[in-house]
Design a protein around this ligand. Structure first.
Ligand SMILES: [Zn+2]
Length: 416
């Protein structure tokens, strides 16, 4: 009988990955139909960022959109460009822009991936002339080639890079690219390779709020194992429960609003259903729903949900940035174990196209295990919680958590 069988990936440290996605943020106007003073918009935008840094300090991880270009409605259905975040914005002093960019670079980007939500989140920009065209970015995107999509996405990544922000993935405004998703996924990769030299990337496009779909996991959309390239689609599991309509229906009761994600006792809600099903927990909202309504109901309801997650799920979940989820997911779908057994020891080699911190995997064993070495160094056995670089036994399975590189060697020694 084989000593070891059924090698499979697990969640990192056996904790369910969780990630908060915030869409549509930028330094001011974004497709508002009404005229709102730009300094008020900017204040709300900076309040938002400071609050995000606050929840980041408390352990929350995820993604925030930063729309590169600001456009302003002219009232006649037309829009004008106020500028872009790296080259200046009409109506916002330079020092203020530098200040907010500094906050992103120094702290917010430690907790959250910062992505463009392609270029304007409204009308398509002609990247050659810098003019707005007469159709939305997303309508335009549905009939493009790999080359034209790549050029457009690369322009967005470059604007952020000019502001010294490295975006390792992108957010789709509306349903950008959905009808040509195969090309879109490739275009994100080509643009990331060109601008940021990144070969493992991701995008956010899909939302799967349907309760009859209990398993909402990321999707590996493209893989080239030899060159270590992959594109992951990160999917949100719920509607934006902070939308104005939902907030009004709940009469501003933040507890009732948070219930849709997770109830106070942690027994129900969309996140709990998915948690019980063993799925990734990725959920989203929009910054205008958390911070552009001055009573702050949206943000308070979000904080209540986060508080409940902490109280009820605690260390059973692991907050991760979307890029960390993309890497983990890609590694878990592509790692290859190879076993060599002899009567006294077992050698397992893991090959992975991607490096991945705290990669966790398990295997069935028919014997008690005495020692485990990774690349010739013994790792610690733990009895309670799996920590980085440790192993444990649970029933007849061995669980190992370690950083993986292209190839690692695991030596398993049974107790006689
Ligand atoms: Zn959006």
């Amino acid at each position: 009988m084989a000593l070891i069988s059924d090698v499979k990936s697990e969640f990192p440290m056996l904790r369910t990955p969780i990630s908060l996605i915030i869409d549509d943020w930028t330094f001011g106007y974004l497709s508002t139909e009404r005229e709102i003073p730009l300094d008020l918009e900017f204040r709300r935008a900076s309040d938002f960022l400071l609050d995000m840094i606050g929840i980041g300090r408390d352990g929350v991880r995820g993604k925030i959109s930063l729309v590169p270009y600001l456009t302003k409605p002219g009232g006649d259905g037309k829009y004008e460009i106020l500028g872009c975040i790296s080259r200046g914005l009409r109506g916002i002093p330079r020092e203020k822009i530098q200040w907010i960019l500094g906050l992103i670079r120094d702290e917010a980007s430690v907790y959250f991936d910062i992505t463009p939500e392609i270029l304007t989140h409204k009308l398509r920009l002609d990247v050659e002339t810098g003019r707005l065209m007469d159709e939305t970015e997303w309508e335009w995107s549905q009939r493009q080639s790999l080359e034209s999509l790549t050029r457009y996405i690369a322009h967005a990544l470059r604007i952020l890079r000019e502001a010294e922000i490295i975006a390792n993935g992108v957010t789709s405004p509306c349903n950008f690219g959905v009808e040509v998703e195969g090309l879109y996924a490739r275009a994100v990769l080509e643009a990331e390779k060109t601008v940021n030299n990144i070969g493992l990337t991701w995008y956010f496009l899909h939302v799967e709020p349907n309760r009859s779909v209990p398993f909402v996991n990321p999707r590996l959309m493209y893989l080239d194992e030899d060159s270590g390239e992959a594109v992951v689609s990160v999917v949100s599991c719920s509607r934006d429960y902070l939308s104005r309509q939902i907030v009004e229906e709940a009469d501003g009761d933040i507890h009732k609003i948070a219930d849709s994600w997770i109830s106070s006792d942690g027994k129900s809600g969309r996140l709990i259903d998915l948690y019980n099903d063993g799925a990734y927990l990725i959920f989203h909202t929009h910054w205008h729903n958390t911070h552009r309504i001055d009573d702050n109901t949206g943000f308070r309801a979000l904080k209540e949900a986060i508080h409940r997650i902490k109280r009820n799920l605690g260390d059973n979940v692991l907050w991760m940035r979307c890029s960390e989820i993309a890497r983990y997911f890609a590694a878990s779908k592509t790692f290859k174990p190879k076993l060599h057994e002899s009567p006294r020891s077992i050698e397992l080699r893991l090959n992975s196209p991607f490096n991945c911190p705290n990669f966790t995997f398990s295997m069935k064993t028919s014997k008690e295990i005495k020692r485990i070495k990774i690349n010739d160094t013994p790792i610690k056995r733990t009895t309670e919680r799996l920590k980085p670089n440790s192993w444990m036994m649970k029933e007849d399975r061995i669980y190992i958590c370690t950083n993986i590189r292209r190839q690692i060697k695991i030596e398993i020694t049974p107790s006689n």
